[in-house]
Design a protein around this ligand. Structure first.
Ligand code: PRE
Length: 281
């Protein structure tokens, strides 16, 4: 039995991503899984790192809201976890409430990423409602049962699970809204279509970032993402997270990483992985 940690509670997008991974494990390895919800992304990642679960399925990036900072920060801090797989989930938010019309809504709850993904809709339709951040898109739903002045931005399927009505759907600002998830686990991963890594630069000097970026170009390796995060040690001190379209077991990638070691201070390699096709929606 493979245990999979994810951000809960019941009905979250992370649960859907974990369900898709469980289906993939069954179809490709004949493995049965059980899903374990946690109330933060950090706790789900910690569970996989300590061995409490075999894996964690966590959001990494959204097409509107950008990177999920908790995931990047935890991955840097924990040396035990590697990226096993990648999957992209289409995100279509609904507004769930016990109110009968939009006019009655004074408060809107949701995960900060979901609030960001619906900013334009909220400004146009609920300009005076107070927006309150929750730990996930489904966390506030049980609390709405006695409240006909509040609503939550949640997945459509959560309406049935929590016995609540759909007031508006879809409400995301972009119809192509999608979130990328990583499956994190303790197995070393050296083969795949993409490799992710992060580094700190040795000094804050002209061209310090140019050297690592240039060497990928020189080696003919395409970069598909770059993101900076503060180290939290000093203002202006950053870690750079990079995805490349190359496999770790390719000698060309190994040569590039050897050169990268020479022009970075700390280099962390999070593994190579491939895309899992989403089947359950
Ligand atoms: O709150 C949820 O349902 C989650 O699974 C988290 C999360 C995220 O952190 O990005 C996942 C997908 C959506 O982008 C909104 C929220």
């Amino acid at each position: 039995m493979t245990s999979i940690a994810h951000l809960g509670p019941l009905g979250s997008y992370s649960e859907l991503a974990a369900t898709n991974y469980a289906h993939w494990l069954m179809a490709n390895h004949g493995a049965v899984s059980n899903l374990k919800p946690y109330n933060t992304i950090a706790k789900a990642i910690q569970a996989a790192a300590t061995g409490e679960t075999d894996a964690a399925v966590v959001p990494i990036e959204n097409s509107i809201g950008g990177s999920v900072r908790d995931t990047l920060d935890m991955l840097w801090e924990l040396d035990t976890l590697k990226i096993q797989n990648n999957l992209v989930i289409p995100i279509h938010h609904a507004l769930l409430s016990h109110a009968t019309c939009l006019r009655d809504i004074q408060t809107v709850y949701s995960h900060p990423q979901a609030l960001t993904q619906c900013q334009k809709w909220l400004a146009a339709n609920l300009p005076n409602a107070v927006q309150i951040a929750t730990s996930s898109t489904t966390e506030a739903l049980p609390r709405l049962s006695n409240d006909a002045t509040s609503a939550a931005i949640s997945p459509m399927w959560a309406a049935k699970l929590y016995n609540i009505s759909v007031l508006a759907d879809p409400i995301n600002d972009n119809p192509d809204n999608a979130t990328r998830f990583w499956v994190l686990g303790r197995n070393q991963t050296k083969q795949g279509s993409h490799t992710s890594l992060a580094f700190r630069l040795p000094d804050n000097a002209p061209g310090a970032l140019l050297k690592p970026l240039q060497l990928f170009a020189t080696q003919g390796i395409n970069m598909s993402r770059i993101e900076s995060r503060p180290t939290k040690l000093a203002l202006g001190d950053y870690r750079f997270f990079i995805d490349i379209e190359a496999s770790l077991d390719d000698p060309n990638t190994q040569a590039a990483l050897q050169l990268l070691r020479n022009c970075t201070k700390t280099l962390k390699i999070f593994g190579s992985y491939k895309q899992i096709q989403v089947q359950v929606l």
